[in-house]
Design a protein around this ligand. Structure first.
Ligand code: ATP
Length: 224
């Protein structure tokens, strides 16, 4: 479970999150709000990519300030820009990189990678240079490489921005069925309609926290 207590955060002298207090036990949580409202900063706090200036973020009781390496194993993060997280030359090697801590044999690693790539429709690209994939294929690879590490929680920051309609559906379907708990930051309001809980950010605070349809109504009322 993720707990955020009294969290504020600034970049330089610009305060972008103010006094956030929220506990996130649900399995599917959406985060929506206007550009610059603080959603990505909030998402990055959840796995210790950003440590808050004030307050604390805890994952299963561990503090992101002191336990970031452990927390990053538990909380997988998918960036908007897949180039930010594809680290190996080929597609298969990138997925295998996520398995390096598991001490599998070469054959076992190859099997897991092949299965994972097949479930993402990436098998035919296994030996291709990752940087030559399309933007959408890179996004699928980034998600594939994070999920293979089997995190307990998956935080996704606008993971469908680069995707066409079939791949958007593929990713959203996947996010609704994976065993991980999911926190999804998105501008796709339909994507969170089946979620249990949706947070609406506005100017660095959570202005609504509740069922998705009401959250979307609230967000729309803010901008119209
Ligand atoms: N590394 C940074 N340095 C300085 N300012 C930043 C940095 N990252 C974000 N900001 C600023 O913090 C504010 C909140 O940004 P954030 O990315 O958290 O918003 P967001 O709600 O995710 O926006 P978007 O929907 O456009 O992705 C913005 O005004 C942004 O310009």
């Amino acid at each position: 479970m993720i707990e955020i207590r009294g969290v504020s955060h600034a970049y330089g002298d610009r305060r972008v999150l103010r006094e956030i207090d929220v506990t996130l036990p649900e399995r599917r949580i959406g985060v929506i709000g206007a550009n610059g409202s603080g959603k990505s900063t909030f998402a990055r706090l959840l796995n210790g990519l950003i440590v808050p200036d004030e307050g604390e973020v805890r994952v299963d009781g561990l503090d992101t300030r002191s336990d970031a390496p452990t927390i990053r194993q538990r909380v997988g993060f998918v960036f908007t820009d897949p180039d930010a997280q594809i680290v190996m030359p080929t597609v298969a090697e990138d997925v295998a990189f996520g398995l390096r801590r598991q001490k599998l044999s070469r054959e076992e690693t190859d099997q897991v990678v092949a299965k994972q790539l097949a479930s993402f429709g990436l098998s035919e690209h296994a030996d291709h240079p990752a940087h030559l994939l399309s933007g959408g294929q890179k996004q699928l690879l980034a998600l594939c490489s994070v999920l293979v590490t089997d995190p307990k929680i998956l935080v996704c920051d606008e993971p469908t921005t680069l995707l066409d309609l079939p791949n958007t559906r593929r990713v959203l379907d996947l996010l609704s069925t994976v065993s991980q708990r999911v926190v999804l930051v998105t501008h796709d309001l339909d994507a969170v309609l089946a979620y249990e809980r949706v947070l609406v950010f506005h100017e660095g605070t959570i202005v609504f926290d509740g069922p998705p349809a009401d959250a979307v109504d609230h967000y729309v009322s803010l901008v119209t």
